[in-house]
Design a protein around this ligand. Structure first.
Ligand code: TYD
Length: 338
């Protein structure tokens, strides 16, 4: 199949591109705007492969999207292009509405006009909002609480409306917190791993007892692939790792793997609107034959090892514009924490 993966230079996108190409059965066009978290070096191992092409572009650019769909005779679209970090959405909500809602709308409409056969929207379990207990199913109410999750929810609704209105074969996946190699170090796990390597403080929001369900990026991509090829159009599929942990437990595990002291932990003032817990029921996807296979402790250990061995990947990131961002989000918090 000829597949357009948007955001293919990002974290989940680049893992997905490599996975799709490894089967030898698909041609993949990676369409990416290479914003701050996009990194083409994530694709060094496949960049010369005959089934791979890269196009620089923004999903909001309808004329370019249309011409790429035609030029490469694209049959399926997987939309991984998104603004994804909650803390950034608090600083700059507009860019989230632009990419995650408007961009998704442009991509959908151009795909529909071009007669694309399948469209998969990569979304997030955060659209369900904070769940104090139990597991969110796909039928649960969507109650997003951050500009990030609200923008993703808006995108999801648009996507699903295309099935109801046009019978355009769309699917939505809602993955839980994903971790692994090549993740931009603003997210919890890579931030804490790289800070710990440098013996810098690990800023835990609030009481550190917020809970997330951790999903290895390999399991997440396997789920996306399963839904893309075998999912029912018009349907949402949750993808959960089944590894629910308190943040402080994950932070301590990272320190233990690196042999660093717990004194690096800092309890800092909380994120506004911080969701206490996410957890999803993946039963629908399991019925398609998928299940997560990476045990969390092993996945976390190998992720820590990857960051240890790939300083040349993350050090340039952390020394650039990231510093300004870090100061904005954490400067005062860390000062107050002492
Ligand atoms: P994050 O990786 O930002 O994912 P999300 O908020 O989308 O779930 O954060 C995961 C959890 O870790 C979340 O409860 C917030 C917390 N966290 C911290 O305590 N400190 C940090 O510096 C970051 C980035 C996150």
């Amino acid at each position: 199949m000829r597949i357009l993966v948007t955001g293919g230079a990002g974290f989940i996108g680049s893992h997905l591109v490599r996975r799709l190409l490894s089967s030898g059965q698909h041609q993949v066009v990676n369409f990416d705007a290479l914003r701050y978290s996009g990194n083409l070096t994530n694709l060094n191992t496949v960049s010369q492969q005959p089934g791979y092409a890269f196009v620089y572009g923004d999903i909001c650019d309808g004329a370019l999207v249309s011409s790429v769909l035609r030029q490469y005779r694209i049959e399926g679209i997987i939309n991984c292009a998104a603004e994804t970090h909650v803390d950034r959405s608090i600083l700059d909500p507009e860019s989230f509405a632009r990419t995650d809602v408007v961009g998704t709308g442009v991509l959908l409409e151009k795909g529909r006009q071009d007669g694309v056969k399948r469209f998969l929207q990569v979304s997030t379990d955060e659209v369900y909002g904070s769940v104090e207990s139990g597991l969110s199913t796909e039928e649960d109410r969507v109650q997003p609480r951050s500009p990030y999750s609200a923008s993703k929810a808006g995108g999801d609704f648009l996507v699903l409306s295309y099935w109801t209105t046009y019978h355009f074969p769309v699917m939505v996946t809602r993955g839980s917190n994903t971790y692994g190699s090549n993740q931009y170090p603003e997210k919890f796990i890579p931030l804490f791993v790289t800070n710990a390597i440098d013996e810098q403080p690990l800023p835990l929001y609030g009481d550190g007892q917020y809970r997330r369900d951790w999903l290895a990026v390999e399991d997440h991509c396997a789920g996306i692939e399963q839904v893309f090829f075998h999912g029912e159009p018009g349907t949402v599929y949750n993808i959960g790792g089944g590894n629910e942990r308190e943040n402080i437990v994950v932070a301590e595990e990272i320190l233990a793997y690196l042999g660093k002291p717990k004194s690096l932990l800092r309890f800092v003032s909380d994120r506004p609107g911080h969701d206490r817990r996410y957890a999803v029921d993946s039963g629908r996807l399991r019925q398609l034959g998928w299940r997560p296979i990476v045990p969390f402790d092993e996945g976390l250990r190998s992720t820590v090892q990857w960051y240890r061995e790939h300083e040349s990947w993350w050090r340039p990131i952390k020394s650039g514009a990231f510093r300004e961002y870090y100061e904005q989000v954490y400067g005062r918090r860390l000062q107050q924490a002492g």
